[in-house]
Design a protein around this ligand. Structure first.
Ligand SMILES: Cc1ncc(COP(=O)(O)O)c(C=O)c1O
Length: 376
């Protein structure tokens, strides 16, 4: 689903003073209020630079309204704290970004919020529902195993029981997947990843209908994780090329996944674009592209993961994902390092699992680098 026009044009505020094409940066934290239609203040999530980005993201995700945050975790924690309070219960997919998993396990008990981790099938989610369940949380494709949850089926469980459904759409990006159209109530993003796209911003977003965003805004104003004007401006700039970048990420990742499948030293490849992936048919239905993320396990007798990481020349071992450059990391030591070894085992995250964020370089160069490192 090409969205190049929205990426370039939606939300932009031309510079009336100079007729420049780009949204000016409005760095003020104090705005006059007499005779103004609303009080503007950075922590009220309503500055011009924030609104420009939100309007673009709303066009891309099919949302009525949204909020930007100073990190993906600020978006996720604010959304969870909006819909969950003492005595409530949440059902969460077990295969989640480590930071989200850690927030739930470290803080929910203290806050009096009950929770159940489940498998990602709608039947698993439904079986975990209790009379006091207020929220269902999914992440697909998931970090780091690229598991696929049927979004429409999960949304349907929530809709039938009047339970708010939330999805982390970071791995797919708004180009590859639009969960609101599939019935989900709230979409969150770590905009640090594909939306920022250049490994130089830290930010998050939540998108939904106006009623839900109104509720999230009331919590967000108190928690205060808003985003500054300069980062908002850089995010708007990044968004203009997001559709072009993501198309390229998709294409490169598909080719790298096929290459890895053919390598004797590679024991397993997780990529939803592969026909062998257990979630491939669902992914085909609900995604417009399969994304730039994949993970793989090595046959440690042939090529230990640590050796591969040290031998790569172009691909850089680094935290994070979704940037233009290809980076790789061992999930056990990065995104899921806060989990105990037993928790990681339960999630199926092997110590040797490597997560690859495939960039937009020439794919031949990426394959050549992996090839020399695997064979060395
Ligand atoms: C899927 C996913 N969700 C959320 C986050 C958290 O985002 P941030 O680091 O911007 O807080 C990450 C970070 O890696 C992630 O991979």
């Amino acid at each position: 689903m090409p969205k190049h026009t929205q990426c370039v044009h939606s939300g932009a505020r031309k510079d009336k003073a100079t007729r420049g094409l780009n949204t000016p940066i409005y760095p003020s934290s104090a705005f006059e209020y007499l005779d103004a239609p609303e009080n503007i203040y950075p922590r009220y999530y309503n500055t011009p630079n924030e609104r420009a980005v939100v309007e673009k993201l709303c066009a891309l995700e099919g949302a009525e309204d949204g909020l930007l945050f100073s990190s993906g975790m600020a978006a996720i924690s604010t959304v969870l704290l909006t819909f969950l309070g003492s005595g409530d219960h949440a059902v969460l997919q077990r295969d989640l970004y480590g930071g989200t998993y850690h927030f739930v396990t470290a803080d929910f008990n203290r806050l009096g919020v009950q929770f159940s981790f489940t498998g990602s099938r709608a039947a698993d989610i439904e079986a975990a529902i209790r009379p006091n369940t207020r929220l269902i949380y999914i992440e697909t494709p998931s970090n780091p195993l690229l598991m696929i949850t049927d979004i429409a089926a999960a949304a349907d469980v929530g809709r039938r029981r009047n339970i708010v459904t939330v999805i982390d759409n970071t791995f797919a990006s708004p180009i590859n997947q639009n969960p609101l159209a599939l019935g989900i109530d709230v979409v969150t993003h770590s905009a640090t990843k594909y939306i920022g796209g250049h490994s130089d911003l830290c930010c998050g977003a939540a998108l939904a209908n106006a009623e839900k965003i109104g509720r999230i805004r009331r919590t967000a104003v108190n928690l205060g994780g808003s985003l500054n004007a300069l980062t908002c401006y850089l995010l708007e700039r990044s968004l203009k090329t997001m559709a072009v970048r993501v198309e390229r990420h998709n294409r490169n990742a598909g080719q790298v996944a096929e290459f890895l499948c053919r390598q004797a030293a590679v024991a397993k490849v997780n990529y939803p674009g592969l026909e062998s992936h257990p979630g491939h048919e669902i992914a085909k239905r609900q995604m417009h592209g399969f994304g730039g993320m994949l993970s793989f396990e090595l046959d440690e007798n042939r090529c230990p993961a640590d050796r591969l990481l040290h031998r790569l020349k172009l691909i850089t071992p680094a935290l994070s994902l979704g940037g233009v450059e290809t980076i790789i990391c061992a999930s056990a030591k990065t995104s899921h390092a806060k989990l105990s070894a037993a928790e990681r085992r339960q999630l199926g995250i092997a110590d040797g699992l490597l997560r690859l964020s495939v960039g937009i370089e020439d794919v031949e160069d990426l394959i050549a680098d992996l090839s020399q490192a695997l064979q060395a």
